[in-house]
Design a protein around this ligand. Structure first.
Ligand code: PGA
Length: 246
């Protein structure tokens, strides 16, 4: 399976900044000779500009969330057809920041996964335990519960079409990455908790950077990364991609 590396820009970069990033970043990665798949998920307001610039390149476009309805009275929300119009291929669903701050629940993640699959978007479903849950020995229970809930009622055939990201909440943006062997173990647990995930790409996320990416992608259950902070610098993100390809 090819590695997939997805930059999650969170609430960073205007449309103009996104274009400046891509002008610097795209020539760098054209020089990297590898089959690593790359995607960038900018904020909604930069999707149109980034989507136009990425057309015909090796970098796919992602979004950071969406609503489960295709349209409707949902002030401030964005629907799948609006993403597809700009060439979005991936949509991150259930990121812990949205679970913690924006009312995302296992139920809404499940609704969104179904809508994404129906409309031809590839969901990147994020699961992961908090520090408190890890310290109480609940890591496996939490990721199993989140994973089963996310895919409840989803056709088995569709499970190989989506992506999962294991993101321990305590490792996100903290510089304290989860040990690769432990991440691999938890990711194996995720892979085995629902029938049909044998070939589903599972990404690691949480303080992944150029200096540690290789220690993850060499693990059997790790098929790439979801990268926040280290995807915001064009040179740094290109180095991370180059190191994943070694
Ligand atoms: P980080 O974020 O790489 O900055 O830890 C990862 C994420 O939240 O997806």
């Amino acid at each position: 399976m090819k590695s997939l590396l997805v930059g999650n820009w969170k609430m960073h970069e205007t449309a103009a900044q996104a274009l400046a990033f891509l002008d610097d970043f795209l020539p760098r990665i054209e020089r990297i000779d590898s089959e690593v798949e790359i995607a960038i998920a900018p904020p909604f307001t930069a999707l149109a500009a980034a989507g136009a610039r990425l057309r015909g390149t090796r970098v796919a476009l992602g979004a950071q969330t969406m609503h489960w309805a295709l349209s409707g009275a949902f002030t401030g929300e964005i629907a799948a057809p609006m993403l597809l119009e700009h060439g979005v291929r991936y949509v991150i669903l259930g990121h812990s920041e949205r679970r913690a701050c924006c009312g995302e629940t296992d139920r809404t993640v499940n609704l969104k996964v179904k809508t994404a699959l129906q409309t031809g978007l590839t969901p990147i479903v994020a699961v992961g335990e908090t520090l408190d849950e890890r310290e109480r020995g609940l890591t496996d229970d939490v990721v199993i519960t989140q994973t089963r809930a996310a895919f409840d009622g989803v056709d088995r055939a569709a499970l190989s079409q989506l992506v999962i990201a294991y993101e321990p909440v305590w490792a996100i943006g903290t510089g304290k990455n989860c040990e690769p062997s432990e991440a691999d173990r938890v990711m194996g647990t995720i892979r085995n908790c629902v029938a049909g995930l044998d070939t589903t790409p599972i990404l690691y996320g949480g303080s992944m950077k150029a200096s540690n990416v290789a220690t993850y992608v060499e693990r059997p259950n790790v098929n790439g990364g979801l990268i926040g902070g280290a995807s915001l610098d064009p040179g740094g993100f290109a180095s991370l991609i180059a190191n994943a390809a070694l």
